[in-house]
Each structure stands twice: as C-alpha cells, then as structure tokens.
Design a protein around this ligand. Structure first.
Ligand code: AHM
Ligand code: MG
Length: 337
C-alpha cells in the first residue's frame, strides 16, 4: 500500500520538483476533486437518490436542464467559493459568472466548468463526467467581469475532467503531462493509476455522430468516407467507430488507447461554429490532449489559440491522435472556406 500515490502527494511532489503549482492552485485542484467525489456519489445513487430526470428549467443555451446538471453545479459552486483560491467561476449551467462573495477572501484563479457533461446519458446509466478549466486572473486593477475570462486556452493553468463510469477517474494536467487518478471508494482517496499518459500518434478508431453526415462540410465528409472505405480505400486499413455521446467518455477512450474525435461545424445550424463550448469543454480537453502528445484543432486552427469573444462561445472540435487530427486539418486547409 505504501507505493500508492494519492492526489495530494502527487500535487505536493509536483510542487517540490517543478515549483509550478502555487498553494492556491493546489487547493483549487483538491477542492474540485472533492466536489467530483460528491457528484460521483449522487450519480451513483441514481433513481434511489431521486436525482434522475429533468428539472423544470433551461440553461443559457436553451437546453433543458437535468436535475443532476443543477445538483452538480451547486456542489462545485459551494465547494469552491469560500477557500480563498478563486476570484470567480463560470459554468455551462449559469448565464453569467459567479463572483466569489465579499464575505470570503478573493483568490488569483478563475474556474470554468461543465458540471455534468453528457446529460443525455444520465438517465440511461451511461458514463458522464465533469470538465474543468483553470485560468489566472490577469487583471488586478478592478473587480471581476466576464471579460477576465476571455483568455485563449493556451493560458490555462490547469485542466481536467472526472468520468463517472464503471470506475470514477480524475484526469488532470497542470502543464507537465497528464495523470489519471482512480477513486478508491473504500478509502475515499484518489489514487494515481497512470502518469505521463501518451496518445498513440496513429489510430484506426474514429468518433463522430454519423447521423449528422448529410449536414457535414466537404473536408469532414472526405475524411470519414476514406475511413469507411477501409482496406480497399485510400487509407489501406479498416477503421472502427465509437460514439458515446459523452465527450468525457470519448476523450477518456482516446487518452487511453488513441483515436480521433470530431464534433464539426454542420449545416443544421450554420451560424454556430459547432455544438461544443470553447471555454469549458473544448479548451480543457485540448490542453489534456496536447499534453498527452495529441492535437486539437477546430479544423483550421489550434483550439487553444482561439481567442474567445464570449463566455458561452461554441467551437468545432477535432482532437486526438496526432496524425489523424493533422490529416483532418489538412483537408480543411486545402478546401476553400
Ligand atoms: P452537454 O454538455 O449538454 O451534455 O452536451 C455535450 C455533449 C458531449 O458530451 C457530446 O460529445 C455531445 O454533446 C453529443 O452530442 P450529440 O447528442 O449531438 O451526439
Ligand atoms: Mg457538456
């Protein structure tokens, strides 16, 4: 048992060895991890905890909220607002930012999250998760506003997700590679189970919602057509397909065994750049994927270089094994906009 490394020990050692995890950031990560533990318990209770089904409300994106979306959001807010490590938070489930109340000290970080990603899978007992992104508060001159959050993903100080699946796994980067921690339910602690995760550069597995095929743009259609034509086609190999419809689960598979994930722009809603949200879905996943040796683009540009214009901005996403993402990106760059 002495060889087990807990999340706390991992963070302390990272701080000692690399000196790049200030105390507030360490506290922040531990608090988020603790909140995820509490969300995991609610997710696990399911029907017994009366947490399934819809709440009678919509979020800012016009989506019907599930009870667990709201519960998870509250757990994250309550856990994070009093510790002195944060200045403000933003969430998929809140229209505007939540500034730390005056009665608590204000910290140096900004936290963004999708409290429960993969909402359509909650009631059907399929993996779901929490995604988070950490930015530094760069402007010390005044109070906090939404503008303070509008930083490109390359400025993230940390990012991660927790997947509530057959195991509960927390995946984290502080910019020094990617580590995975599995929740030991008997001791209640996060145990390091994978360090320096690497995504294979090549893959035979793609993830996309094929039901949208008729709406795709030519470069995406070309890429998937080539995969589908298998050994006999230009790629000269057979491909496999997976689509969980929970980004956390699809990205977790890619971090574990490689693959490429696409949620491209499509013609259903041409004014939206994509379905997924830049700041609390695409950016944290892009940070993790790049830290594991993969790539993440919007088809034309590195996701973490995109400068957000608004908090709930959407973006097209192509991420995963380096050579496949490069190929999809090359197909886009070769085609007129
Ligand atoms: P959510 O944040 O409302 O759960 O939506 C995001 C989810 C992603 O987890 C997933 O990749 C995608 O939506 C699935 O979309 P679709 O149902 O169109 O396949
Ligand atoms: Mg989501």
């Amino acid at each position: 048992m002495s060889s087990r490394i807990s999340l706390t020990r991992y963070l302390v050692e990272q701080q000692r060895e690399h000196g790049h995890i200030p105390a507030q950031l360490r506290l922040l990560i531990e608090v988020v991890a603790r909140a995820c533990k509490s969300i995991a318990i609610s997710v696990n209770k399911g029907a017994l905890g009366e947490v399934l089904g819809s709440a009678a409300s919509e979020n800012v994106q016009g989506e019907i909220q599930k009870k667990l979306d709201i519960i998870s959001n509250e757990v994250l807010i309550e856990a994070n607002e009093w510790g002195g490590h944060l200045a403000a938070m933003a969430s998929e489930e809140m229209d505007s930012i939540h500034v730390v109340p005056n009665r608590y000290p204000q910290g140096e970080y900004l936290l963004l999250f999708d409290p429960l990603d993969g909402s359509s899978n909650i009631d059907v007992n399929v993996s779901i998760g929490t995604i988070f992104s950490v930015l530094r508060k760069v402007n010390n001159q005044r109070g906090i506003s939404e503008e303070d959050f509008l930083q490109p993903g390359k400025q993230q100080a940390a990012a991660g997700y927790c997947v509530y699946g057959p195991q509960t796994t927390l995946v984290l980067t502080v910019g020094e590679g990617v580590a995975m921690f599995t929740l030991d339910r008997e001791t209640g602690s996060w145990v390091l189970t994978e360090d320096q995760v690497q995504i294979p550069e090549d893959t035979k597995e793609f993830a996309i919602n094929m039901s949208n095929m008729r709406h795709w743009d030519a470069p995406v259609k070309r890429y998937i057509d080539e995969c589908l034509s298998g050994k006999e086609g230009p790629r000269g190999k057979d491909f496999n397909m997976r689509w969980v419809a929970s980004m956390v689960a699809d990205v977790h598979r890619i971090l574990t065994r490689g693959g490429v994930f696409l949620y491209p722009w499509d013609k259903r809603d041409p004014d939206k750049p994509g379905k997924l949200r830049l700041m609390y879905e695409a950016n944290p996943m892009a940070f993790l994927v790049e830290q594991a040796g993969g790539l993440a683009t919007n088809g034309r540009q590195r996701i973490m270089d995109v400068v957000p214009g608004k908090l709930h901005e959407r973006v097209a996403v192509v991420l995963g094994s380096k050579n496949e993402v490069q190929r999809v990106t090359d197909y886009h760059l070769a085609s007129p906009t």
